[in-house]
Ligand binder design. Structure first.
Ligand SMILES: Cc1ncc(COP(=O)(O)O)c(C=O)c1O
Ligand SMILES: [Zn+2]
Length: 378
């Protein structure tokens, strides 16, 4: 059973959005106890309405939480990184794909998604693993180098001309007609996968702030749902403040939040280096706004700040893509504004790996002759 995040009406599992208010649906809040097990899916089995079969897993989840000493010292806060780049296709999307695929296997042998890169690779990989045919719909602007990491898994890639925001809705419509189940960005079962990030964080740290790079809003909703379930189960005392981090060049949620609006508005000319979070009309935008109103916050960062943050994370040994580096860029702003107090425990969700998109990275190389090699060292 699914419940509308806005009006609370109930629908069967095959629905994807509320037909009355067109808002996203979600599974009910689950309560339970933590069990023993080396996999988050086993430890938190009480919080899922169906058995998560580990034979379908590619090893997603249970990612490291790292303390970043240099940045912590520099900003006078305690910064931790939840390193989601260590998932099987190098982004957090794998958690959602794993859980959603358990549902797909019961209803269809064909699956699809609309993707800027990460989700396409993730769905293609799990579909290959499980012997399901996959269709990945990408926008015409997708950089060429993002296609190989999707195509390698043997998925069918369709490059679609037209508005990317609209493609989300269109794919669901056509998917119904053709018997292809679309596990798009904020699919209810995908969100159930993302909530496992909150579970793993709560097992390790009583954080003050969790910074979440946000595009469609699926990840933000998932982490929030996870924390709410832990609180309702008396497993945590307080939910950390959740910070929605967006790129200034495409910030529909921030725009509505900062103007006190109830609904997001489409961004007409999205333009940011953080391609993975460039959704001009996020399908869970209004749902995220409702969560923000419960005492959470939203902030943006410019492209130059994002690229600077990407370099700073690399100084701590972490190579993330711009869409992930936005988390640190936003923290620096919030510390400067004294919105984040000194000494706070701040968790960056590092959503995707840097190797996925390398063109913006500038490096210095010195040429050397083997005969003069010793002269090349200063
Ligand atoms: C690297 C990265 N970070 C963050 C996000 C944002 O996730 P969501 O669309 O669930 O808000 C995405 C989404 O594609 C992503 O690829
Ligand atoms: Zn509704």
């Amino acid at each position: 059973m699914l419940i509308c995040t806005h009006c609370g009406r109930k629908y069967p599992a095959e629905f994807l959005r509320c037909p009355i208010c067109n808002e996203p649906l979600q599974l009910p809040y689950f309560e339970g106890k933590i069990k023993k097990g080396n996999k988050v899916w086993k430890r938190f089995a009480d919080f899922y309405p169906f058995t998560l079969l580990l034979k379908n897993s590619l090893g997603e989840g249970d990612t490291p939480l790292l303390y970043l000493p240099k940045l912590s010292q520099q900003l006078k806060i305690n910064i931790y990184a939840k390193n989601e780049t260590q998932n099987p296709t190098w982004s957090f999307k794998d958690r959602g794909t794993f859980v959603a695929m358990q549902y797909v296997l019961n209803i269809s042998r064909r699956v699809g998604t609309v993707s800027t890169g990460n989700m396409g690779a993730s769905v293609a990989a799990y579909a290959a693993h499980l012997g399901v045919k996959s269709y990945i719909l990408v926008s015409k602007e997708i950089p060429e180098e993002k296609l190989a990491p999707i195509g390698i898994y043997g998925s069918e890639i369709l490059r679609v001309m037209g508005d990317y925001g609209e493609l989300y809705y269109k794919s669901i419509e056509v998917g119904k007609e053709k018997g292809i189940y679309f596990i798009n960005s904020d699919n209810p079962f995908r969100v159930e996968g993302y909530k496992s990030i909150a579970y793993e964080l709560a097992e390790k740290i009583d954080g003050d702030y969790v910074i979440i790079p946000t595009s469609s809003g699926g990840l933000f909703r998932g982490i929030h749902k996870g924390y709410v379930e832990l609180k309702r189960s008396d497993l945590i005392e307080d939910i950390p403040e959740l910070i929605c981090a967006q790129a200034a060049g495409c910030s529909p949620i921030y725009n509505a939040f900062s103007q006190g609006k109830e609904r997001i508005e489409r961004v007409e000319h999205p333009n940011t280096i953080a391609h993975a979070i460039r959704n001009p009309y996020p399908p869970s935008g209004d749902a995220v706004l409702r969560i923000l109103k419960e005492g959470n916050h939203c902030e943006i960062a410019e492209d130059h700040e994002i690229l600077e943050a990407q370099k700073e994370l690399a100084k701590d040994g972490l190579f993330v893509q711009p869409a992930s580096a936005v988390s640190l860029a936003v923290v620096k702003k919030l510390v400067a504004q004294e919105k984040i107090e000194k000494g706070s425990k701040v968790i960056l969700v590092l959503t995707g790996a840097g190797l996925k998109y390398i063109p913006p990275i500038r490096i210095n190389i010195r040429d050397c002759s083997i005969n003069d090699l010793s002269r090349c060292f200063e």
